[in-house]
Design a protein around this ligand. Sequence first.
Ligand code: GDP
Length: 483
Amino acid sequence: LKLTEYVTVSDLANMMNIPVNEVIATCMSIDMMVSINMRLDAETIKLVAEEFGFETEFVSSDVVAAIQESTEEDSEEDLLDRAPIVTVMGHVDHGKTSLLDNIRKTNVIAGEAGGITQHIGSYSVKLPSGRHITFLDTPGHEAFTAMRARGAKATDIAIIIIASDDKVMPQTVEAINHATAAGVPMVFAFNKIDVAGADPNKIREQLASMNYLVEDWGGKYQCQEISAKKGIGVNELLEKVLLEADILELKANPKRRASGLIIESSLDKGRGYVSNILVQNGTLRVGDVILAGKYYGRVKAMTNERNQALKEAGPSIPATILGFNGPPSAGDTFNVLETEHEARDIANKRTQLEREQGLRTQKMLTLDDIGRRIAIGNFQELNLIIKGDVDGSVEALSDSLIRLSAEEIVVRVIHKGVGQISESDVVLAEASQAIIIGFQVRPSAGARKSAEQAGVEIRTYSIIYDAIEDVRSAMEGMLSPEI
Ligand code: GDP
């Protein structure tokens, strides 16, 4: 059977030429209550089809993905170095804005025409060494992870900023965990060293106790003492970021048709829809046909962060463009297509799919799914986020759950912390296909709402043993359904 994910129970029955009642019965035998017109997810389809002796093969329903895949491989000589894309994250008041401001103001090399006059969500700076870094100017790990939840990988390297007259704070821990969950390398900036009483070694120590050992203490994480306000150490920090970039060997092919990321969009009364974008691969040119989400158009005009008109923008170059027929969302990817006709077709298909998908509930991981997925053999990692009322119980619960890891499946705690379950936790869970476990804490109203929308499972417990037993039973495929 060749199919996309969007197949209803009756479609599936037709394809297999089997009475729909039998398909429904099979679904019920694996604890899935379905109706004839319900669309099934990929795993259920696979499982049911196998029951009837069919092999399944999924073809991507996304036409653009297919187009991208079909384009020929880049030849080695077309792949050129590109600038790293960097985000600054950290606890509030630890100096994110000050650092970004300092870099924007002082690290624009003399002679480069025009200062950065427009806020377009990201900007590129040229260092004295002649190399470039592109900063994604949307501070905060929520924005970072929200993009990832939408499937976009926007950042190559994260600078984690920590005020050294303060300490590692809950949002610092969150930022570190969000970057780690995304697999993004980190460079630590110990800020405010100009303040009397600043003690960067205390920060090194706190990081070490979290198993993040910095380089000057023999670990693998680079760090730099800085004063964002006075501009001390900032160049050194940026050079370390470039070292990290060298390890990543970031390449792109400027000869390709462009693809990249929407940073933000708005409607300008005089000019129409304005989108801030970041080219990730290829080269975008004025006149190109572009598509992002359900919107498309032709690039009418393009400017950079210095308000200069651009004819083209290559890899890692941010730009503002005019020409979309609507506002694509932050985190959407954009693609350049051959013809406007093609772009319109795909945009229409996506609009239609979105309408249909709106009717079915989102499919995220739940504890109930786990046993079923382990049985199919396509589940190797269980990601958990643990929140609790006190540090001791969070640690105890986290240790016990990690110890449930078995040969076939590894339990990973991607984030843990004391306090209410927050919206940020939900976004991280969504991006990482994780389940949230709360011990003696509840979700905030906002978190509960966004969890419902995203289909993220939150389980709360008041007895540690119950939480451990539930996860254990789920892993053994024997969780009794929650009533
Ligand atoms: P954000 O919330 O992380 O964006 O932090 P801000 O950049 O807004 O900084 C918070 C406060 O710390 C502001 O009053 C800054 O002026 C101050 N600040 C930031 N960096 C430094 C620094 O290196 N030295 C000193 N003395 N103050 C700083």
